[in-house]
Every structure is written in structure tokens, then in C-alpha cells.
Design a protein around this ligand. Structure first.
Ligand SMILES: Nc1ncnc2c1ncn2[C@@H]1O[C@H](COP(=O)(O)OP(=O)(O)OP(=O)(O)O)[C@@H](O)[C@H]1O
Ligand SMILES: [Mg+2]
Length: 136
């Protein structure tokens, strides 16, 4: 505020360099004002566009179709040929214990089986699912 007062006084007193400085300051202030007006009107425009999205009921859950050459998704069923699976008995027994320990009427337990694709996660879960001890 002191700076402006000093500049007004000296510009009014005929200091042309100070008058130039004041003019540049006003120009910049006007540009900022214009920019803010533009931002405010863009905001309104954006709100109008957003309202259009609701009015048109555009569905955010729609995705483009899978690529035509993409392999079909494998479906998982509980059936597994136990005689063809090898080397999973210790893992299966560990899981059986977790499942049977967790069994309770009130609590729903989730036991994650993690590993890279094709490792045998689903097969292992199927072995446990099909064990009669899990279904007693
Ligand atoms: N212990 C095993 N002995 C023999 N074959 C197995 C064994 N475990 C899995 N396989 C075979 O390996 C293939 C992949 O197994 P599975 O589908 O269980 O893997 P996954 O980890 O679930 O794969 P993804 O991550 O893709 O779901 C299947 O053909 C399955 O029959
Ligand atoms: Mg799987």
C-alpha cells in the first residue's frame, strides 16, 4: 500500500518512469481480472456439461468390447481331477487346517491364495473345496 501511495505521488508529480510503472501495473491487473472472468465462465460451462452427463444418463460402467482375437475367459468350476494333480498334498493339508480352524457360524473367513498365472491356485482351492472334511 505504501509503495502504491508513493508511486501515485511521484507519478502525479511528473516522474514519467514511475507513471510507466503504474500503467504496466494496471495493465497486468486488468489481464488478471479478465483471466479470472474467463475462469469463472469456464467453470459454469463445465458445470453445464456435467449436468448434461446426468441428463443423458451416461453410464460410467460401460467399457469397449474385448479385442476380437483376445482369448475367451476361462470359466472356473469346482471339478478337479485329483488323480492328475501332483505334489500338492502338503499345501492342501495346510489350507485344510486354515479352513477348518476358521470354520465358525458367525465369521466369514477369506484365505488368499497368491501366485503368478497358471501356478495352480485355482486347482489348489478346488482340492480343498472338494475334500469332504471341508463340507461336514
Ligand atoms: N498340482 C498340479 N498337478 C498337475 N497339474 C496341475 C497342478 N496344479 C495345477 N495344474 C494344472 O495347471 C494348469 C493351471 O492351473 P490353475 O488353473 O489352477 O492355475 P491358476 O494359478 O489358478 O492360474 P490363473 O492365475 O491363470 O487363474 C491347469 O491345467 C491345472 O490343471
Ligand atoms: Mg485360477
Amino acid at each position: 500500500m505504501g509503495v502504491l501511495f508513493d508511486a501515485e505521488k511521484r507519478g502525479g508529480g511528473g516522474d514519467s518512469a514511475v507513471r510507466d510503472w503504474l500503467r504496466r501495473l494496471k495493465d497486468v491487473a486488468h489481464d488478471i481480472d479478465d483471466l479470472l472472468d474467463e475462469l469463472r465462465s469456464l467453470r459454469r460451462e463445465l458445470d453445464a456439461v456435467a449436468a448434461g452427463r446426468d441428463r443423458l444418463r451416461l453410464n460410467p460402467g460401460v467399457y469397449p468390447p474385448a479385442h476380437p482375437s483376445a482369448p475367451p475367459r476361462r470359466e472356473t468350476i469346482s471339478m478337479v481331477d485329483e488323480s492328475k494333480t501332483v505334489g500338492r498334498t502338503p499345501d492342501k493339508e495346510k489350507l485344510m487346517r486354515l479352513v477348518l480352524d476358521a470354520a465358525s457360524d458367525e465369521v466369514v473367513s477369506v484365505i488368499p491364495i497368491v501366485g503368478f498365472g497358471g501356478l495352480g491356485k485355482t486347482t489348489l482351492a478346488q482340492l480343498v473345496f472338494n475334500d469332504r472334511r471341508a463340507n461336514d
